[in-house]
Ligand binder design. Structure first.
Ligand code: ATP
Ligand code: MG
Length: 531
């Protein structure tokens, strides 16, 4: 290598371990990594940190690529750490030859017990002073498959009295006979993260190795490895704060337990904090990127970010983009007794109150409508301006109606409400004779669709002590009445259900046929609790 550190241009990487699906915490890392490359005109690689044969899977490799793309980023190089096993092995031999690594026959428990503590130095292994030739022979035997898992390890020979415990002769290679998803049965020894990671970065000419703060204490070891191998222009490790969110658990291992235990529908369950779950939930990549930008500068490591902030950004993003539709969640029939039977007309509805550019649509109107049961009270509460006997309201986009009565079934449930309409009051006709205080929404009964709506609560409840508990009631499914235009909703299309919130046509469950059954997932409610 002949060029200096600053001649090469910035090169960073996003290095996930393919042992699960990415979550919203990884989205932060992705935005920082790819964002740095964009900002400095450099490169960002996607590198699968697949040095542990036990937990990794190609399903995850594919899902991770899909998620990075969905967030809107494109990598320069696509690499697998396992492609460097040969190089890493030779670097390990080089350390042995330099007297900087030794084979230790102690068990994992013995090694842990002699590590020392923050106040006490560690104890040197009885195998610490083996000669390089003996170490080399033993290490080669380890790779040749002579020993069982755990029987021997390779340790860096640094300093058992170092105040930084990571420098007390860390294990850098261990034996594993588990086949690897990429290299099969060839390797019997596998590098540990702290040895592998600086080499992966250095081999790829990474200039800045961005990682989360828990690796800060590992930085001296990162530097030691590259110095011991006399790397000419070693990359620099720089840490940033890990994202923690309220109502969320961010650990692939734990999320995998939820999937394996069928607690959720899968990695892409709309309640999951995975990128796949967030996508299916209907969050937009733009909103996730905006969120990452805002927390990137505003938050320190010790504070959890309120998930309401993410929801707020999602809501703001959808306000300008999502068209409104009328959906009745708790339907009751409204009959307009003076409207001619058999007649239908069209009512114009604005597609968005927030964004006039989204235009308008026409929905059918006739004698029988569905309205929300909450929009009627037999005996009105104070300041209740919606429908009650004798009161006049506006039917959104249509006429003024006055409630004339209602019918109950044998159980006392209201099953029909009656009203009369004033033909001179149609919306858009310029009528200014009188005003009404309440406006309610509706869908025409004979053309209404039946749709399935899934509403969500948080998957986790936060305990006082900072832990999380699984919320047993985080999903409910309802059948609702919807205006007929929703029959054409493309899977993945997002809407505002008027007065309720934002919803997405579920891409997996909604049939693409015009009359196919439609399932909508709640994205986010209309109101914000975030200050
Ligand atoms: P998990 O414990 O969820 O498996 P991890 O840190 O082991 O997470 P990796 O696949 O090793 O996951 O992470 C890839 C990159 O994403 C690393 O640089 C890591 O620091 C970063 N990362 C992981 N979790 C978060 C988080 N909550 N906030 C910010 N960055 C994160
Ligand atoms: Mg991990």
């Amino acid at each position: 290598m002949t060029t200096g550190r600053f001649d090469r241009g910035v090169c960073v990487r996003f290095p996930p371990e393919p042992n699960g699906y990415l979550h919203i915490g990884h989205a932060k890392a992705i935005c920082i990594d790819f964002g740095a490359a964009l900002k400095y005109g450099g490169k960002c690689n996607l590198r699968f940190d697949d040095t542990n044969p036990v937990k990794e899977d190609t399903e995850y490799v594919n899902a991770i690529q899909e998620d990075v793309h969905w967030l809107g980023f494109e990598w320069d190089g696509l690499y697998y750490a396992s492609d460097y096993f040969e190089k890493m092995y030779l670097f390990a031999e080089k350390l042995i030859e330099k007297g900087l690594a030794y084979v230790d026959d102690q068990t994992a428990a013995e090694i842990a017990a002699t590590r020392g503590s923050l106040t006490e130095p560690g104890k040197e292994s009885p195998f610490r002073n083996r000669e390089p030739e003996e170490n080399l022979a033993l290490f080669r035997e380890m790779q040749a498959g002579r020993y069982a898992d755990g029987e021997k390890v390779l340790r860096a020979k640094i300093n058992m009295a170092s105040p930084n415990i990571n420098l007390r002769d860390p294990v850098i290679y261990r034996i594993s006979h588990t086949p690897h998803h990429n290299t099969g049965e060839y390797w019997k020894v596998y590098p540990m993260y702290d040895f592998a990671h600086p080499l992966e970065d250095a081999i790829e000419n990474v200039t800045h190795s961005l990682c989360t703060l828990e690796f800060e204490d590992h930085r001296p070891l990162y530097n030691w490895v590259l110095e011991a191998l006399e790397w000419p222009f070693p990359p620099r490790q720089i840490e940033f704060a890990r994202l923690e969110l309220t109502h969320t658990v961010m650990s692939k291992r734990y999320l995998k337990e939820l999937v394996d235990g069928n607690v959720v529908e899968g990695w892409d369950d709309p309640r999951m904090p995975t990128i796949a779950g967030i996508r299916r939930r209907g969050y937009t990549p733009e909103a996730v990127r905006t969120f990452c930008d805002e927390i990137g500068v505003a938050k320190k490591d010790d504070s959890k970010v309120d998930i309401a902030m993410l929801e707020h950004i999602v809501r703001e993003d959808l306000k300008a983009k999502a068209e409104s539709r009328n959906v009745i969640f708790n339907p009751v029939k409204l009959v307009i007794t003076n409207y001619p039977e058999g007649r239908t007309e069209e009512a114009a509805m604005e597609n968005s109150r927030e964004n006039p550019e989204l235009g308008e649509r026409f929905v059918p109107f006739s004698r029988e409508l569905w309205i929300d049961a909450d929009d009627f009270m037999e005996e009105p509460a104070p300041k209740y301006f919606r429908l009650f006997p004798g009161n006049e309201v506006r039917l959104k986009g249509a006429y003024f109606v006055t409630c004339t009565g209602f019918k109950k079934d044998a159980d006392g449930e209201i099953i029909e409400i009656y009203c009369t309409y004033d033909p001179g009051t149609k919306s858009g006709s310029g009528f200014e004779g009188r005003k009404v205080k309440g406006t309610i929404h509706w869908v025409e009964a004979t053309t209404a669709l039946s749709i399935t709506v899934r509403e969500y609560d948080y998957l986790f409840e936060d305990d006082e002590d900072g832990g999380q508990r699984l919320n047993e009631n985080s999903a409910r499914t309802m059948t609702c009445r919807a205006e007929p235009s929703l029959a054409n909703a493309r899977p993945g299309a997002r809407f505002q259900f008027f007065r309720h919130g934002y919803y997405i046509a579920d891409a997996k469950l909604s049939s693409d046929l015009p009359d196919g059954e439609k399932v909508f997932n709640q994205i986010v409610g209309l109101k914000s609790s975030w200050k």
